[in-house]
Ligand binder design. Structure first.
Ligand code: CUA
Length: 362
């Protein structure tokens, strides 16, 4: 087909503009694939690290390639009908134009019927693949001595509690979950206020955390790593800053972490940190935060017993370091507007010992 005919075809089809549509959808598709590739190893559904996310990723690719194939076929047929020769239809008398012969009519009926059957079949294939994936994902059953972790959504942070029938082995932490590699972990999800959603894309699909209701799901990581998660249900102003890390470790490393986290905080020997500890206990911090091993026993905010060992501040909105912690304490509303951390007038001389003490809580 010559360039002139292409141009003529496009001119004739100004009202419909399939070429423009094709360009738009192709750009969208390429963008999606590029973004998906970039997201790998950070927080990605197509970079599975566990059995469930593996099944979900397979389903995702099945949907993607099937719909890509359909898109290409539909676009090819659209372009073909647009640019094919019309057999000199313009030369026919006006009254006989667009009246197909009986043979053409029959052929068109067969094509439409065939396309309808193919559409229904494809939808059934997708439905069956989807149900199969749902069943496989739900099939991760508890082996004996499964680990049970309660995850409670709060505006806007994650309360984490490792359950145990022995009360001395119950561990409370925040915004970070450590799990042993290769072992199924039961997540019991709850909420203290509005609906949140627990989502670690590299490990599993989303699960809503609903007030006055417990939802459960099993997760398992087959490779050690740090997997970023995100609240996946709009829950208010700081929904986007409700980040969670799942850290999958070899069993011995996980056990060492657990043992260390179960210890109460150690009283500092350094005079500056000792002063920081006293400052913390004198301010209103104690009404919301607990530090085991001290008199601070507040339950409204994250447990700070091993705060210094965690990666982030304010549900991982900020990296955990002295500078960010100082900024967070002095003006929590500037980095996370609307959050429920109280702004406390910390005297300038008190700030340095306070942050050094908190960062020493490893
Ligand atoms: Cu919690 Cu969105």
């Amino acid at each position: 087909m010559s360039g002139g005919r292409w141009w003529g075809g496009l001119q004739a089809a100004r009202g419909f503009q399939p070429a423009l549509l094709l360009a738009k959808y192709s750009a969208f598709l390429c963008g999606t694939v590029v973004l998906t590739a970039c997201a790998a190893h950070q927080q990605s559904v197509v970079d599975p690290a566990g059995p469930q996310s593996g099944r979900i990723a397979v389903l995702w690719w099945v949907f993607l390639w099937l719909t890509v194939a359909i898109f290409v076929i539909v676009m090819a047929l659209t372009l073909w009908t647009l640019f094919r020769r019309h057999g000199g239809i313009e030369q026919e008398p006006l009254e006989t134009r667009h009246v197909p012969s009986e043979a053409t009519e029959n052929r068109m009926t067969r094509v439409v019927a065939g396309a309808t059957v193919a559409t229904v079949l494809i939808l059934f294939i997708l439905l069956i693949a989807s149900i199969g994936t749902g069943k496989a994902v739900a099939n991760l059953v508890n082996k004996n001595n499964g680990l049970i972790i309660e995850v409670t959504g709060n505006q806007w942070w994650w309360h984490i509690r490792y359950q145990n029938s022995d009360a001395s082995q119950i561990l409370v932490t925040a915004n970070e979950i450590h799990i042993p590699v290769g072992r199924p972990v039961l997540i019991r999800g709850m909420s203290n206020d509005v609906i949140h959603s627990f989502w670690i894309p590299n490990l599993h699909g989303k699960r809503d955390l609903i007030p006055s209701h417990v939802t459960t799901e099993w997760i398992q990581a087959d490779q050690p790593g740090v997997y970023r998660g995100q609240c996946a249900e709009f829950c208010g102003l700081q929904h986007a800053h409700m980040i969670l890390y799942v850290i999958a470790e070899p069993p011995d490393k996980f056990n060492a972490w657990m043992k260390q986290q179960l210890q109460p905080s150690v009283e500092p020997t350094d005079p500056e940190r000792q002063r920081g500890r006293q400052i913390f206990l004198n301010y209103a911090c104690v009404y919301c935060h607990e530090i085991r091993g001290t008199t601070a026993a507040g339950q409204n905010g994250p447990d700070l017993t091993h705060f210094g060992s965690r990666r982030g501040i304010a549900a991982n909105t900020l990296t955990n370091n002295l500078g960010n912690l100082a900024g967070w304490i002095v003006d929590p509303q500037s980095s996370k507007p609307g959050n429920h951390m109280a702004t406390i007038a910390v005297k300038p001389d008190d700030l340095q010992p306070l942050i050094e003490y908190l960062e020493s809580l490893k």
